[in-house]
Ligand binder design. Structure first.
Ligand code: NAD
Ligand code: UD1
Length: 320
Protein backbone atom coordinates (compact mmCIF):
# COMPACT_ATOMS: atom_id res chain seq x y z
CA UNK A 1 0.00 0.00 0.00
CA UNK A 2 3.08 2.13 0.20
CA UNK A 3 2.48 5.63 -1.21
CA UNK A 4 -1.10 5.44 0.01
CA UNK A 5 -2.40 7.68 2.76
CA UNK A 6 -3.06 6.66 6.36
CA UNK A 7 -5.06 8.84 8.75
CA UNK A 8 -3.41 8.60 12.16
CA UNK A 9 -5.54 9.93 15.00
CA UNK A 10 -3.45 10.88 18.03
CA UNK A 11 -0.42 11.38 15.77
CA UNK A 12 1.06 14.04 18.07
CA UNK A 13 1.13 11.65 21.03
CA UNK A 14 3.63 9.02 22.09
CA UNK A 15 2.42 5.99 20.13
CA UNK A 16 0.81 7.92 17.26
CA UNK A 17 3.87 10.06 16.49
CA UNK A 18 6.21 7.07 16.48
CA UNK A 19 3.82 5.18 14.19
CA UNK A 20 3.60 8.21 11.90
CA UNK A 21 7.39 8.39 11.61
CA UNK A 22 7.57 4.66 10.83
CA UNK A 23 4.81 4.94 8.18
CA UNK A 24 6.52 7.88 6.48
CA UNK A 25 9.88 6.09 6.57
CA UNK A 26 8.21 3.23 4.70
CA UNK A 27 6.80 5.46 2.00
CA UNK A 28 3.25 6.06 3.22
CA UNK A 29 1.61 9.45 3.30
CA UNK A 30 0.05 10.47 6.59
CA UNK A 31 -2.69 12.80 7.76
CA UNK A 32 -2.78 13.42 11.51
CA UNK A 33 -5.85 14.36 13.54
CA UNK A 34 -5.00 15.43 17.08
CA UNK A 35 -6.40 18.00 19.52
CA UNK A 36 -3.02 18.37 21.29
CA UNK A 37 -4.61 17.63 24.67
CA UNK A 38 -1.67 15.43 25.68
CA UNK A 39 0.18 15.33 22.35
CA UNK A 40 2.80 17.88 21.43
CA UNK A 41 3.42 19.91 18.31
CA UNK A 42 7.14 19.00 18.35
CA UNK A 43 6.19 15.34 17.90
CA UNK A 44 4.41 15.98 14.61
CA UNK A 45 6.34 14.75 11.59
CA UNK A 46 6.71 17.73 9.21
CA UNK A 47 5.97 15.48 6.22
CA UNK A 48 2.47 14.75 7.56
CA UNK A 49 -0.66 16.84 6.97
CA UNK A 50 -1.72 18.02 10.43
CA UNK A 51 -5.35 18.77 11.28
CA UNK A 52 -5.88 20.17 14.74
CA UNK A 53 -9.22 18.78 15.80
CA UNK A 54 -11.19 16.57 18.11
CA UNK A 55 -12.41 13.02 17.48
CA UNK A 56 -15.50 13.93 19.50
CA UNK A 57 -16.42 16.40 16.80
CA UNK A 58 -17.53 14.96 13.40
CA UNK A 59 -16.88 18.33 11.69
CA UNK A 60 -13.22 18.18 12.70
CA UNK A 61 -12.95 14.60 11.46
CA UNK A 62 -14.47 15.58 8.12
CA UNK A 63 -11.54 17.95 7.46
CA UNK A 64 -9.19 14.94 7.30
CA UNK A 65 -10.73 13.64 4.08
CA UNK A 66 -9.65 16.42 1.72
CA UNK A 67 -7.00 13.94 0.56
CA UNK A 68 -8.19 10.41 -0.13
CA UNK A 69 -7.61 8.21 2.91
CA UNK A 70 -6.81 4.53 2.35
CA UNK A 71 -6.57 3.37 5.95
CA UNK A 72 -7.14 4.66 9.48
CA UNK A 73 -4.93 4.05 12.50
CA UNK A 74 -7.21 5.10 15.34
CA UNK A 75 -4.88 5.86 18.21
CA UNK A 76 -6.25 9.07 19.77
CA UNK A 77 -7.70 8.47 23.17
CA UNK A 78 -7.55 9.14 26.85
CA UNK A 79 -4.73 6.74 27.87
CA UNK A 80 -4.93 7.13 31.62
CA UNK A 81 -6.73 4.79 34.01
CA UNK A 82 -6.63 7.42 36.76
CA UNK A 83 -8.16 10.12 34.56
CA UNK A 84 -10.95 7.68 33.67
CA UNK A 85 -11.95 7.53 37.34
CA UNK A 86 -11.48 11.30 37.86
CA UNK A 87 -13.60 12.17 34.84
CA UNK A 88 -15.53 9.15 33.52
CA UNK A 89 -17.59 11.24 31.11
CA UNK A 90 -14.51 12.63 29.38
CA UNK A 91 -13.04 9.13 29.14
CA UNK A 92 -16.28 7.69 27.75
CA UNK A 93 -16.79 10.45 25.19
CA UNK A 94 -13.16 10.36 24.02
CA UNK A 95 -12.63 6.63 23.86
CA UNK A 96 -16.07 5.31 22.94
CA UNK A 97 -17.87 8.15 21.15
CA UNK A 98 -14.60 9.20 19.50
CA UNK A 99 -14.21 5.68 18.10
CA UNK A 100 -17.80 5.56 16.87
CA UNK A 101 -17.23 8.90 15.13
CA UNK A 102 -14.11 7.53 13.42
CA UNK A 103 -16.00 4.44 12.24
CA UNK A 104 -18.83 6.62 10.88
CA UNK A 105 -16.31 8.70 8.95
CA UNK A 106 -14.60 5.57 7.59
CA UNK A 107 -17.93 4.25 6.31
CA UNK A 108 -18.88 7.60 4.79
CA UNK A 109 -15.56 7.92 2.97
CA UNK A 110 -15.22 4.25 1.91
CA UNK A 111 -12.12 3.57 4.00
CA UNK A 112 -11.96 -0.20 4.18
CA UNK A 113 -8.94 -0.66 6.46
CA UNK A 114 -9.06 0.29 10.15
CA UNK A 115 -6.62 -0.50 12.95
CA UNK A 116 -7.53 0.28 16.54
CA UNK A 117 -5.46 0.94 19.68
CA UNK A 118 -7.00 -1.40 22.21
CA UNK A 119 -5.50 -2.24 25.58
CA UNK A 120 -4.61 -5.14 27.83
CA UNK A 121 -6.87 -3.46 30.38
CA UNK A 122 -9.72 -5.07 28.39
CA UNK A 123 -8.97 -8.29 30.27
CA UNK A 124 -9.36 -7.03 33.84
CA UNK A 125 -8.18 -9.75 36.23
CA UNK A 126 -7.01 -12.65 34.08
CA UNK A 127 -7.82 -16.23 35.02
CA UNK A 128 -4.18 -17.15 34.46
CA UNK A 129 -0.96 -15.87 32.92
CA UNK A 130 0.12 -15.38 30.21
CA UNK A 131 -3.11 -13.95 28.81
CA UNK A 132 -4.48 -15.21 25.52
CA UNK A 133 -6.85 -13.30 23.24
CA UNK A 134 -9.50 -15.95 23.91
CA UNK A 135 -9.61 -15.21 27.67
CA UNK A 136 -12.53 -13.43 29.34
CA UNK A 137 -12.70 -9.67 28.97
CA UNK A 138 -13.95 -8.13 32.20
CA UNK A 139 -12.24 -4.76 32.56
CA UNK A 140 -12.00 -3.42 36.12
CA UNK A 141 -10.96 0.15 35.24
CA UNK A 142 -13.41 2.56 33.62
CA UNK A 143 -10.67 3.14 31.05
CA UNK A 144 -10.58 -0.57 30.26
CA UNK A 145 -14.34 -0.56 29.70
CA UNK A 146 -14.20 2.30 27.20
CA UNK A 147 -11.17 0.89 25.34
CA UNK A 148 -12.88 -2.48 25.11
CA UNK A 149 -16.16 -0.96 23.96
CA UNK A 150 -14.24 0.82 21.18
CA UNK A 151 -12.72 -2.50 20.21
CA UNK A 152 -16.13 -4.14 19.99
CA UNK A 153 -17.52 -1.28 17.86
CA UNK A 154 -14.61 -1.64 15.45
CA UNK A 155 -14.77 -5.43 15.18
CA UNK A 156 -18.58 -5.54 15.03
CA UNK A 157 -18.47 -3.08 12.14
CA UNK A 158 -16.17 -5.55 10.41
CA UNK A 159 -18.94 -8.15 10.67
CA UNK A 160 -21.59 -5.96 9.01
CA UNK A 161 -22.89 -7.26 5.71
CA UNK A 162 -25.07 -4.22 4.98
CA UNK A 163 -22.17 -1.94 4.07
CA UNK A 164 -21.22 -1.31 0.44
CA UNK A 165 -17.72 -2.63 1.17
CA UNK A 166 -16.02 -4.97 3.61
CA UNK A 167 -14.68 -3.07 6.61
CA UNK A 168 -11.37 -4.76 7.45
CA UNK A 169 -10.76 -4.13 11.12
CA UNK A 170 -7.91 -5.12 13.43
CA UNK A 171 -7.60 -4.40 17.15
CA UNK A 172 -4.29 -4.48 18.99
CA UNK A 173 -4.49 -5.09 22.72
CA UNK A 174 -1.27 -3.33 23.57
CA UNK A 175 0.40 -4.07 26.87
CA UNK A 176 2.65 -1.42 28.47
CA UNK A 177 4.27 0.37 25.57
CA UNK A 178 7.45 2.34 26.28
CA UNK A 179 9.93 4.35 24.23
CA UNK A 180 11.05 7.81 23.18
CA UNK A 181 8.42 10.58 23.44
CA UNK A 182 6.45 8.96 26.25
CA UNK A 183 6.06 12.02 28.43
CA UNK A 184 8.77 12.51 31.07
CA UNK A 185 6.67 15.10 32.89
CA UNK A 186 3.05 13.94 32.69
CA UNK A 187 2.22 11.87 35.80
CA UNK A 188 -0.68 10.31 33.90
CA UNK A 189 1.49 8.71 31.23
CA UNK A 190 3.25 5.34 31.38
CA UNK A 191 5.26 4.29 34.39
CA UNK A 192 8.59 3.79 32.55
CA UNK A 193 8.87 7.43 31.52
CA UNK A 194 7.40 8.66 34.81
CA UNK A 195 10.15 6.88 36.76
CA UNK A 196 12.91 7.91 34.34
CA UNK A 197 11.68 11.53 34.54
CA UNK A 198 11.64 11.34 38.37
CA UNK A 199 15.16 9.95 38.61
CA UNK A 200 16.71 12.27 36.04
CA UNK A 201 15.24 15.28 37.93
CA UNK A 202 16.32 13.73 41.24
CA UNK A 203 12.73 13.66 42.52
CA UNK A 204 11.21 11.07 44.82
CA UNK A 205 9.72 8.02 43.16
CA UNK A 206 6.18 7.05 44.20
CA UNK A 207 5.08 3.43 44.05
CA UNK A 208 1.34 2.84 44.26
CA UNK A 209 0.67 -0.35 46.25
CA UNK A 210 3.42 -2.76 47.29
CA UNK A 211 5.26 -2.62 43.96
CA UNK A 212 4.93 -6.36 43.51
CA UNK A 213 2.36 -5.79 40.75
CA UNK A 214 3.85 -6.58 37.38
CA UNK A 215 3.51 -5.48 33.78
CA UNK A 216 4.60 -6.62 30.34
CA UNK A 217 6.64 -3.86 28.67
CA UNK A 218 6.83 -3.71 24.88
CA UNK A 219 8.98 -1.30 22.93
CA UNK A 220 7.36 1.19 20.55
CA UNK A 221 9.47 -0.03 17.59
CA UNK A 222 7.97 -3.50 17.94
CA UNK A 223 4.48 -2.01 18.21
CA UNK A 224 5.10 -0.03 15.00
CA UNK A 225 6.25 -3.17 13.19
CA UNK A 226 3.07 -4.99 14.16
CA UNK A 227 0.70 -2.19 13.15
CA UNK A 228 2.39 -1.51 9.80
CA UNK A 229 3.05 -5.18 9.06
CA UNK A 230 -0.66 -5.89 9.51
CA UNK A 231 -1.81 -3.07 7.26
CA UNK A 232 -1.92 -5.07 4.04
CA UNK A 233 -2.12 -8.52 5.58
CA UNK A 234 -5.59 -10.08 5.14
CA UNK A 235 -4.82 -12.53 7.94
CA UNK A 236 -5.14 -9.58 10.33
CA UNK A 237 -8.65 -8.65 9.18
CA UNK A 238 -11.34 -9.11 11.81
CA UNK A 239 -8.78 -10.14 14.42
CA UNK A 240 -7.59 -8.98 17.81
CA UNK A 241 -3.94 -9.40 18.81
CA UNK A 242 -1.99 -9.03 22.03
CA UNK A 243 1.11 -6.89 21.59
CA UNK A 244 3.50 -7.48 24.47
CA UNK A 245 6.96 -8.85 25.05
CA UNK A 246 5.76 -11.94 26.88
CA UNK A 247 7.96 -10.95 29.84
CA UNK A 248 6.63 -9.76 33.20
CA UNK A 249 8.50 -7.24 35.38
CA UNK A 250 7.39 -5.97 38.80
CA UNK A 251 7.15 -2.24 39.52
CA UNK A 252 9.76 -2.65 42.29
CA UNK A 253 12.17 -4.29 39.85
CA UNK A 254 11.52 -1.58 37.27
CA UNK A 255 12.52 1.13 39.77
CA UNK A 256 15.59 -0.87 40.77
CA UNK A 257 16.56 -1.32 37.14
CA UNK A 258 16.27 2.40 36.31
CA UNK A 259 18.16 3.49 39.43
CA UNK A 260 20.99 1.06 38.73
CA UNK A 261 21.21 2.14 35.11
CA UNK A 262 21.46 5.75 36.28
CA UNK A 263 24.17 4.89 38.77
CA UNK A 264 22.02 5.32 41.89
CA UNK A 265 21.28 2.82 44.62
CA UNK A 266 17.81 1.81 45.71
CA UNK A 267 18.83 2.05 49.39
CA UNK A 268 19.82 5.70 49.17
CA UNK A 269 17.07 6.85 46.85
CA UNK A 270 13.82 8.34 48.15
CA UNK A 271 11.06 5.88 47.28
CA UNK A 272 7.63 6.44 48.77
CA UNK A 273 4.91 3.79 48.86
CA UNK A 274 1.31 5.00 48.62
CA UNK A 275 -2.05 3.19 48.45
CA UNK A 276 -2.72 1.20 45.30
CA UNK A 277 -4.83 3.09 42.79
CA UNK A 278 -8.35 2.09 41.70
CA UNK A 279 -8.64 -0.27 38.76
CA UNK A 280 -5.03 -1.41 39.09
CA UNK A 281 -4.45 -4.85 37.67
CA UNK A 282 -2.17 -7.03 39.76
CA UNK A 283 -0.18 -8.97 37.20
CA UNK A 284 -0.09 -8.85 33.43
CA UNK A 285 1.78 -10.83 30.82
CA UNK A 286 0.90 -11.33 27.18
CA UNK A 287 0.73 -14.58 25.27
CA UNK A 288 1.96 -13.39 21.89
CA UNK A 289 1.66 -16.65 19.96
CA UNK A 290 -1.32 -15.47 17.91
CA UNK A 291 0.55 -12.49 16.43
CA UNK A 292 3.57 -14.73 15.87
CA UNK A 293 1.45 -17.25 14.00
CA UNK A 294 -0.81 -15.01 11.90
CA UNK A 295 1.34 -11.91 11.45
CA UNK A 296 4.78 -13.51 11.72
CA UNK A 297 5.43 -10.81 14.32
CA UNK A 298 7.85 -11.11 17.19
CA UNK A 299 9.17 -8.37 19.44
CA UNK A 300 12.80 -7.75 18.54
CA UNK A 301 13.88 -5.06 20.98
CA UNK A 302 15.51 -6.41 24.13
CA UNK A 303 14.36 -4.70 27.33
CA UNK A 304 17.96 -3.59 28.19
CA UNK A 305 18.42 -1.97 24.77
CA UNK A 306 14.98 -0.36 24.72
CA UNK A 307 15.48 1.08 28.19
CA UNK A 308 18.94 2.36 27.32
CA UNK A 309 17.47 4.14 24.32
CA UNK A 310 14.76 5.85 26.42
CA UNK A 311 17.30 6.87 29.05
CA UNK A 312 19.65 8.27 26.38
CA UNK A 313 16.75 10.27 25.01
CA UNK A 314 15.79 11.54 28.48
CA UNK A 315 19.38 12.67 29.01
CA UNK A 316 19.27 14.53 25.67
CA UNK A 317 16.01 16.23 26.72
CA UNK A 318 17.53 17.36 30.03
CA UNK A 319 20.92 18.17 28.49
CA UNK A 320 22.77 15.64 30.68
P1 NAD B 1 -0.79 9.93 24.39
O1 NAD B 1 -1.57 10.67 25.40
O2 NAD B 1 0.64 10.26 24.19
O3 NAD B 1 -1.51 9.97 22.97
C1 NAD B 1 -2.86 10.23 22.80
C2 NAD B 1 -2.98 11.28 21.68
O4 NAD B 1 -4.37 11.46 21.38
C3 NAD B 1 -2.42 12.63 22.10
O5 NAD B 1 -1.64 13.18 21.08
C4 NAD B 1 -3.67 13.46 22.36
O6 NAD B 1 -3.46 14.85 22.16
C5 NAD B 1 -4.64 12.86 21.38
N1 NAD B 1 -6.05 13.02 21.77
C6 NAD B 1 -6.60 12.78 22.98
N2 NAD B 1 -7.90 13.06 22.96
C7 NAD B 1 -8.19 13.48 21.71
C8 NAD B 1 -9.37 13.92 21.07
N3 NAD B 1 -10.53 13.99 21.75
N4 NAD B 1 -9.31 14.29 19.78
C9 NAD B 1 -8.14 14.23 19.09
N5 NAD B 1 -6.99 13.84 19.65
C10 NAD B 1 -7.01 13.47 20.94
O7 NAD B 1 -0.95 8.39 24.80
P2 NAD B 1 -0.32 7.07 24.17
O8 NAD B 1 0.36 6.36 25.27
O9 NAD B 1 0.40 7.39 22.94
O10 NAD B 1 -1.66 6.25 23.83
C11 NAD B 1 -2.22 6.28 22.54
C12 NAD B 1 -3.39 5.31 22.47
O11 NAD B 1 -2.97 3.99 22.72
C13 NAD B 1 -4.51 5.61 23.47
O12 NAD B 1 -5.75 5.41 22.82
C14 NAD B 1 -4.31 4.56 24.55
O13 NAD B 1 -5.54 4.23 25.16
C15 NAD B 1 -3.78 3.41 23.75
N6 NAD B 1 -2.91 2.49 24.49
C16 NAD B 1 -1.74 2.96 25.06
C17 NAD B 1 -0.90 2.05 25.71
C18 NAD B 1 0.39 2.50 26.35
O14 NAD B 1 1.05 1.67 27.00
N7 NAD B 1 0.81 3.73 26.21
C19 NAD B 1 -1.25 0.70 25.78
C20 NAD B 1 -2.47 0.29 25.22
C21 NAD B 1 -3.27 1.19 24.57
C1 UD1 C 1 -0.84 1.43 30.83
C2 UD1 C 1 -1.23 2.60 29.95
C3 UD1 C 1 -2.60 2.37 29.35
C4 UD1 C 1 -2.55 1.08 28.58
C5 UD1 C 1 -2.09 -0.05 29.47
C6 UD1 C 1 -1.91 -1.29 28.64
C7 UD1 C 1 -0.62 4.88 30.46
C8 UD1 C 1 -0.86 6.03 31.33
N1 UD1 C 1 -1.31 3.80 30.78
O1 UD1 C 1 -1.74 1.27 31.91
O2 UD1 C 1 -2.92 3.40 28.44
O3 UD1 C 1 -3.79 0.76 28.04
O4 UD1 C 1 -0.82 0.28 30.04
O5 UD1 C 1 -0.96 -2.11 29.14
O6 UD1 C 1 0.15 4.92 29.52
N2 UD1 C 1 2.77 3.25 39.03
C9 UD1 C 1 3.49 3.57 40.18
N3 UD1 C 1 3.99 4.84 40.28
C10 UD1 C 1 3.82 5.79 39.32
C11 UD1 C 1 3.08 5.46 38.15
C12 UD1 C 1 2.58 4.18 38.06
O7 UD1 C 1 3.66 2.74 41.07
O8 UD1 C 1 4.33 6.92 39.47
C13 UD1 C 1 2.23 1.88 38.92
C14 UD1 C 1 0.75 1.84 38.65
O9 UD1 C 1 0.03 1.92 39.85
C15 UD1 C 1 0.61 0.48 37.95
C16 UD1 C 1 1.93 0.36 37.17
O10 UD1 C 1 2.82 1.27 37.77
O11 UD1 C 1 0.53 -0.56 38.89
C17 UD1 C 1 1.78 0.70 35.69
O12 UD1 C 1 1.13 1.96 35.61
P1 UD1 C 1 0.91 2.80 34.25
O13 UD1 C 1 2.11 2.80 33.42
O14 UD1 C 1 0.31 4.10 34.67
O15 UD1 C 1 -0.09 2.02 33.44
P2 UD1 C 1 -1.21 0.92 33.40
O16 UD1 C 1 -2.29 1.21 34.33
O17 UD1 C 1 -0.52 -0.39 33.44
Amino acid sequence: MSNKRVLVTGGAGFIGSNLTDALIARGYKVTILDNLSTGEKENINPAAVFIKGDIKNPEDIEKCFENKIDAIFHIAGCASTIKSFDDPTMDLLTNTLGTVNMINAAIKHNVDRFEYASSMTSYGIPEKLPVKETFNTRPIAYYGITKYSGERYVLATGLRTDLPFKFNATAFRMFNVYGRRQSLTNPYQGVVSIFIGNVIRNEQVTIFGDGIQSRDYVHISDVANAWIGALENPRAYGEVFNLGSGIRISVNDLVGYILKAMNKTKKEYKIVYKDARPGDQRHMQADISKAAKLLKWKPKMKFENGMKDVMDWAKEVYGK
